[in-house]
Design a protein around this ligand. Structure first.
Ligand SMILES: CC(C)(COP(=O)(O)OP(=O)(O)OC[C@H]1O[C@@H](n2cnc3c(N)ncnc32)[C@H](O)[C@@H]1OP(=O)(O)O)[C@@H](O)C(=O)NCCC(=O)NCCS
Length: 183
């Protein structure tokens, strides 16, 4: 078990999860706009199970999907971070960068700011050689975060998500990569 590190950025705190994060996290997971590029919204039980899984990853690996808090207000707005990809694909095993913020926290640069800190931690403190990110082809906001991080897509590496049925509207995925020595 690792102690969960805290990362600070100019406006945000990336920290371990607290019990009181569960309610606002469940609210954003129940928001159809936040979950537009996922198969469905999550129930409270599914959201809580997600928190448990995220916390276990953070404790096991010393990095993960940190809870993101606005430093000035202390408000929990979602997660950003790194995790081992959870399915086999042509690019796995791989550590992926991911983010999910409440709708009111979009459009402020928070996801990119948090992800920059997480990616730097992955390269500088965890010794990762590469970090990937992927999302459905439809999720242009998430792809914009990837590009702002300096990640690159080769469309030859696009793939169909193996956990979605063939032909599902969200199955076609794009893959972005960032190498430690190409930052
Ligand atoms: C993906 C997601 C995190 C992206 O959020 P986002 O707000 O678009 O991205 P950022 O936080 O990096 O903010 C960038 C925007 O803030 C604007 N901005 C405003 N103030 C800013 C500041 N001080 N610094 C930087 N950017 C700022 C930028 O101009 C940009 O606006 P634009 O999108 O109109 O070009 C968000 O849409 C989300 O949570 N989606 C649902 C979950 C999801 O799909 N996750 C990914 C699954 S793979």
């Amino acid at each position: 078990m690792n102690e969960v590190p805290t990362l600070q950025t100019p406006r945000l705190l990336l920290r371990d999860w607290r019990e009181e994060d569960r309610a606002p996290f469940a609210r954003l997971n129940a928001d159809p706009q936040v979950m537009e590029h996922f198969p469905q919204t999550h129930t409270r039980e599914e959201s809580d199970a997600g928190v448990d899984r995220i916390r276990a990853h953070l404790a096991e690996h010393g990095f993960g999907l940190w809870a993101v808090e606005v430093a000035e207000t202390g408000e929990f707005i979602g997660f950003t971070g790194l995790q081992w990809a959870r399915f086999p694909a042509h690019f796995t095993p791989a550590v992926e960068a991911g983010w999910r913020l409440a709708r009111h926290a979009w459009g402020r640069g928070y996801a990119t700011e948090a992800a920059r800190a997480a990616v730097a931690f992955g390269f500088d403190r965890c010794g990762l050689g590469e970090i990937v990110s992927f999302t459905s082809r439809t999720n242009t906001r998430s792809q914009a975060v990837m590009r702002r991080l300096g990640m690159h897509r080769d469309s030859a590496e696009d793939f169909d998500h193996p956990q979605l049925p063939p032909g599902h509207r969200l199955a076609p995925h794009v893959l972005y990569r960032l190498a430690a020595d190409h930052r």
